[in-house]
Ligand binder design. Structure first.
Ligand code: UDP
Length: 237
């Protein structure tokens, strides 16, 4: 019998898409897309959850007077723009791609249907999940853990733009911060290591899903992570 193919969920934050600023950096998008295409060509089944921080973050808008729920919906719509951009880039690289959104918008994307998403992946299509959970007060980190669980992914891969893994403290502010090759969810939560939010960590911990946090700036790292190379930091129960 043939070996079960590796299936992974790649979480890309909006920061990655914007190349550090507002909007989209097309060159960065194409670099990510070509690596996803390479991994799919090698037989890896790939789903992506995209963030929206390069457009709007609900909490930031709300701190400036916006209604929180409305601001969160703006944030979710930003993730859909990123999802469509990623779809285009992956298709141009040569791999069929479907976008599924948690807020129904029939003209631009399929609704979120987990069994259909699995079927797409089995057929070698990439599935990009947009609009988060479709609910205010949630983050795309939490959604990536949930989607990975519901579509039976083997691992959750979290691509970061500023760091190459999980550190003992924020390396931007603490020169003594050390990179960890491995950390448990329990320790990450107890020590308040802020790589993804606490809800995402605990969802993975409670359901035994491994997470690999890696840096996006090293060329080829997305493909390495998708293939299962031991880069960055492994977080597990
Ligand atoms: N958001 C939400 N519900 C969700 C997912 C996202 O309300 O299920 C909103 C929230 O306002 C968030 C914004 O969408 O700030 C963008 O998502 P996120 O901050 O997770 O993106 P990232 O930081 O990964 O770029």
């Amino acid at each position: 019998m043939s070996e079960k193919p590796r299936r992974v969920l790649l979480k890309l934050s909006g920061e990655v898409f914007g190349g550090g600023t507002l909007g989209l950096d097309i060159d960065v998008l194409n670099l990510i897309a070509s690596q996803i295409h390479d991994a799919v060509t090698e037989g890896v089944q790939v789903a992506c959850v995209v963030g929206g921080g390069n457009f709007f973050r609900g909490a930031e808008l709300s701190s400036r007077g916006f209604d929180r729920a409305r601001a969160d919906y703006m944030g979710m719509l930003g993730t859909v723009i990123n999802a469509l951009a990623l779809q285009d880039a992956i298709e141009q690289a040569g791999t069929r791609t479907r976008v599924q959104t948690a807020i129904t918008m029939g003209q631009v994307a399929e609704p979120y249907i987990p069994l259909r998403a699995i079927r797409h992946m089995e057929k070698g299509r990439v599935v990009v999940f947009g609009a988060g959970a479709g609910m205010p007060y949630f983050s795309t980190d939490t959604v990536s853990a949930q989607r990975a669980l519901e579509t039976n992914c083997d691992e959750l891969l979290v691509g970061k733009s500023g760091v190459d893994g999980v550190y003992t403290a924020d390396p931007k502010f603490d020169p003594n911060a050390e990179k960890l090759d491995y950390v448990t969810y329990h320790d990450a939560l107890a020590k308040g290591l802020k790589v993804v939010d606490a809800t995402a960590f605990s969802l993975c911990m409670d359901n035994g899903l491994n997470m690999r946090v890696f840096g996006m700036s090293e060329p080829g790292n997305v493909a390495r992570a998708l293939r299962g190379d031991t880069i960055g930091t492994l977080v597990s129960a």
